[in-house]
Design a protein around this ligand. Structure first.
Ligand code: ADP
Ligand code: MG
Length: 199
């Protein structure tokens, strides 16, 4: 597969941390992996951060073809700034990167049902890129509902879900013991990793 789309149950759940970690993980396995953040929103400088962190040589405009001017959701920004998001620009950048790399780790914005135009949501973009997903989910209480909702939205669009990564185990929240098991029981989607809260 040319790429894997990292979505999450919400914003701030750990997409950037996991996406950058996965690129590193794949590289250590001998897989030439790249990173892409198709849409960034102002303060969200994930592309700049990951480019520097992983010492990526690709131009920022290729890693992040759409850079929006406000720290808002994409559709709110599009309206406020009276601009249009050109999905073709994203697809072209993805095609270029996917020719250069064995696998491109693509980081989403927020969660699966974030609208990026009046008619297109992140999940629709995933579908258009024709790549499977990994869902990053919180380890903590509330994650079952958010994760099952995300799975339902992706399955409705027939997007392949490769697995779920549970992020941010602290060891001191009771629900952490059962959340992953219940999510697996309900979805039969493999839990690929349980990542501790690292600081
Ligand atoms: N497992 C973790 N341990 C420590 N900090 C984390 C962990 N996961 C995420 N964070 C921190 O939480 C914040 C949100 O994570 P981030 O990867 O930027 O989320 P997203 O890309 O989904 O918005 C960042 O400051 C990040 O460094
Ligand atoms: Mg991010």
């Amino acid at each position: 597969m040319p790429g894997i789309f990292i979505t999450a149950t919400d914003t701030n759940v750990g997409k950037t941390l996991i996406a950058a970690g996965l690129v590193n993980f794949f590289k250590n396995q001998g897989i030439n992996a790249g990173y892409m953040k198709p849409i960034s929103c102002s303060q969200d400088n994930d592309a700049v951060f990951v480019k520097k962190l992983l010492k990526l040589k690709d131009q920022l405009a290729l890693i992040n073809p759409i850079s929006l001017p406000y720290p808002l959701s994409p559709l709110a920004t599009v309206r406020k700034a009276k601009i249009k998001i050109d999905l073709k620009k994203i697809k072209r950048a993805f095609t270029v990167l996917s020719k250069k790399y064995d696998l491109v780790v693509v980081e989403g914005v927020g969660g699966a049902l974030v609208p990026i135009t009046e008619k297109i949501m992140i999940a629709d973009l995933i579908k258009q890129l024709k790549i499977p997903t990994i869902i990053v989910a919180r380890a903590s209480l509330g994650t079952i509902n958010h994760t099952l909702l995300t799975v339902e939205a992706l399955r409705k669009r027939k997007i392949k879900i490769q697995g779920i990564i549970m992020n941010g185990y602290t060891g001191d929240e009771l629900s952490e013991d059962d959340n992953a098991d219940i999510i697996f029981e309900q979805t039969k989607i493999p839990i690929l990793a349980k990542v501790p809260w690292l600081i």
